[in-house]
Design a protein around this ligand. Structure first.
Ligand SMILES: Nc1ncnc2c1ncn2[C@@H]1O[C@H](COP(=O)(O)OP(=O)(O)OP(=O)(O)O)[C@@H](O)[C@H]1O
Ligand SMILES: [Mg+2]
Length: 359
């Protein structure tokens, strides 16, 4: 990060908005001197101010960290948008007051009769229709289903990004519908880790800084950040590329960095949406092995949406969705992965025949 460049950019954007240094300071609740120090490159704004600063100056987080506007053609719009959502949620200031008494301590996620109906002008779409499920700590659950079967809708409701029309969703014993809008960001930061197909790394930060950002936002003790990152990087075989930028490393390495970032903050539940979708088969396999390692070493709980039977064969249980409902449930039990893989293909073929759907 180039602090001088960032400082000049903040100054230029402030002037473009006709704010004096004191006006900007007042809006952010900091001293005039702090703003002056940022603008001369002597210090950086505190992470907790990033979101409000970007809003006030009408720039994105990536632009703030780069110290320049990002040209339209260079903007990976989608990944930035999702990333910002996640970062913004981490940046939420209020800490969630954890409920202490759970019915079942091991239960990480419980859905009861969850429905999501989209109501457009002349049609009703039951995107998710009466789904109930439970995920216990340490399990690796897969969700499969044809395009349009409701997988993303379901995942978004669990991610607290979208609201259910009816039914209840509990994460670590807390009914998420009871959490106020203002506390949701903190809840997400506290309980959820995300791994998406598009990696969602900040291009202007090195791999090391990308992981560190997640830890800093989560208020991880400063003195242990480096040790923690080196330990995880070693396990994920990205220790050699920590000083590189995301565009300088392979897709597999980028995705492993995203994994490191997700696990580093020790979330109650990791939500993965097509995490192997953009990877070659070797990198995909490596990623799935990492998810298994997260489970065995960190006792992580994972919910993964996938189209791909090979990825699904790493799960211990698969829910097959069709028309917003769970049509089949397949458990791996004592079977080896090869047999489980064959069983998954069988169910997919059966559902495809029955419904004429294509995965
Ligand atoms: N915002 C929305 N408004 C109206 N209908 C929607 C909306 N989002 C999704 N749907 C509809 O809900 C159904 C489920 O969509 P969803 O995106 O959950 O499917 P999916 O299983 O994730 O599909 P894919 O594999 O293609 O990602 C589809 O019929 C879709 O058209
Ligand atoms: Mg989807």
């Amino acid at each position: 990060m180039n602090q001088m460049k960032i400082g000049s950019f903040i100054a230029a954007r402030r002037k473009a908005h006709n704010f004096t240094q004191s006006q900007l300071a007042e809006k952010l609740g900091v001293t005039d001197k702090a703003v002056s120090k940022w603008e001369t490159g002597k210090s950086m704004p505190d992470l907790s101010l990033f979101t409000s600063l970007c809003d006030l100056l009408e720039i994105t987080l990536n632009e703030l960290l780069l110290g320049d506007f990002i040209l339209e053609e260079n903007l990976k719009e989608k990944s930035n948008q999702v990333l910002l959502e996640v970062i913004t949620s981490w940046l939420g200031k209020d800490r969630w007051d954890l409920r202490t008494e759970y019915d079942n301590k091991d239960l990480v996620l419980r859905l009861q009769n969850v429905k999501k109906v989209y109501n457009s002008e002349n049609s009703l779409t039951k995107a998710v229709n009466d789904i109930s499920l439970e995920i216990h700590k340490g399990s690796f659950l897969g969700i499969m289903g044809a395009s349009g079967s409701g997988k993303s809708t379901l995942l978004n409701m669990i991610a607290t990004i979208d609201k259910a029309t009816s039914g209840t969703i509990e994460i670590s014993g807390q009914n998420i519908a009871e959490i106020s809008e203002k506390d949701l960001a903190a809840f997400r930061r506290e309980h959820l880790g995300f791994i998406f197909q598009e990696y969602n790394l900040l291009d202007t930060l090195t791999i090391y800084e990308n992981i560190a950002l997640a830890l800093t936002i989560k208020k991880f003790p400063k003195e242990s950040v480096k040790r923690k990152i080196l330990a995880i990087a070693d396990k994920l075989e990205i220790a050699d590329v920590l000083d590189k930028f995301p565009y300088e490393v392979s897709g597999g390495q980028r995705q492993r960095c995203a994994c490191a970032r997700a696990i580093a903050v020790n979330p109650s539940l990791i939500l993965a949406d097509e995490p192997t979708g953009a990877l070659d088969s070797h990198s995909a396999k490596q990623l799935l092995e990492i998810l298994l390692m997260f489970r065995s070493e960190f006792f992580a709980t994972i919910l993964m949406v996938t189209h791909d039977a090979f990825s699904a064969s790493y799960c211990d249980k698969i829910l097959f969705m069709q028309d917003g409902e769970i049509k089949e449930v397949l458990e791996r039990g004592q079977e080896n992965r090869h047999t489980f893989f064959a069983n998954i293909l069988d169910v997919m073929a059966r559902l495809t025949e029955r419904g004429g759907y294509v995965y």
